[in-house]
Design a protein around this ligand. Structure first.
Ligand code: BTN
Length: 320
């Protein structure tokens, strides 16, 4: 079915006869594959009598040949699935069945993409980046300290290098442009964090999505919306791999403290008055920065307090 999709990805009309000839199958086999494609990948195909079939819009598919070479060059074997529930979930399953990290998993579409705090993550076919990197952590808790913030920094640099120069960070690891979310990060652990464990670094980037079919519950944007043109996700993955390898290397060698100032310099809400939703009681304070472990430092009623963990969220409480 992927071979058929490759022929259709230009968004132009192709006759059933031409598609069948290119793939060495009958017109009715093409028709059946298109039915399955629509059902399983949620990819609308337009049919016009006399002209043939075309996708609703042009796609730039992920290219396993290019990306596998790029990943392997960094020691990160890479595979691509057309559709999966969640790349993070798939990586966790593969780790549990003995796959040895590091490795990268990408998917054109997720049917149950996972966001932070139990949210879902929208991943229509062929539009965005659904990326999970599995790593082994054998340096205990220190190697995990600030890790998700460092991934945010690497992702920020990849976005900036791709032209999205106004992107910035929101603690703990959201990437925003003008208050609208462009990318998010979900780290999931398996094993014993105090000893040897595996971390799955899940990264979702709104790359070419221009329309949401109604389920995103917060302001959002995409690289395409910011840049005014379609982005080649293959180039972006290569840039992301480059930045991740650089920043994860610095983090492993020197710890989060070496990257803390750089993170704070790119924190959009540094020095601003915020409300932190944690448990039952929201806390209002001024953002002072982050500590050595990546916890946020707030001045609350004149006293500094630090908050860590994945269950926190920030909300602007004024427009300071
Ligand atoms: C967030 O809520 O901001 C985190 C979103 C993380 C989404 C990515 S997409 C690839 C990976 N697989 C998932 O199921 N989630 C992460």
């Amino acid at each position: 079915m992927l071979s058929l999709l490759r022929l259709l990805q230009d968004g132009r009309f192709h006759s059933g006869e031409a598609l069948g000839a290119a793939l060495g199958v009958s017109r009715s086999a093409i028709w059946k594959q298109l039915q399955v494609m629509e059902a399983e990948w949620a990819l609308p195909v337009h049919r016009v009598r006399g002209r043939g079939y075309r996708l609703e819009s042009q796609l730039l598919l992920l290219d396993e040949d290019v990306l596998a070479v790029n990943g392997a060059a960094r020691g990160w074997p890479l595979s691509i699935l057309p559709t999966v529930d969640s790349t993070n979930a798939e990586v966790l399953r593969r780790l549990a069945s003995g796959h040895v990290p590091p490795f990268i998993m990408l998917a054109e579409r997720q049917t149950a993409g996972r966001g932070r705090r139990g949210r879902s993550w929208v991943s229509p076919f062929g539009e965005n980046l659904n990326y999970s990197l599995a790593l082994q952590i054998d340096g205990g808790r220190r190697q995990l300290e600030g890790l998700s913030l460092v991934v945010g920094l690497a992702l920020l640099r990849a976005l900036q290098a791709s032209g999205v120069v106004r992107a910035g960070l929101k603690w703990p690891n959201d990437l925003l442009v003008d208050g609208r979310k462009i990318a998010g990060i979900l780290l999931e652990l398996s094993g014993d964090p105090a000893d040897v464990c595996h971390v799955v670094i899940g990264i979702g980037v709104n790359v070419n999505m221009l329309v949401d079919k109604g389920s995103i519950d917060q302001p959002w944007t995409s690289m395409r919306a910011e840049l005014g043109g379609a982005v080649d996700r293959n180039e972006f993955v290569c840039e992301l791999n480059r930045q991740l390898s650089l920043y994860l290397g610095m983090h492993q060698a020197h710890g989060f403290s070496a990257l803390r100032n750089e993170w704070q310099d790119n924190h959009l809400w540094q020095g601003r008055s915020v409300t932190l939703a944690t448990g039952a009681n929201p806390i209002t304070g001024v953002v002072l920065g982050v500590d050595q472990s990546g916890a946020i430092r707030l001045r609350v009623a004149g006293v500094e307090q630090n908050f860590s963990g994945g269950e926190l969220s920030l909300r602007l409480s004024d427009d300071s």
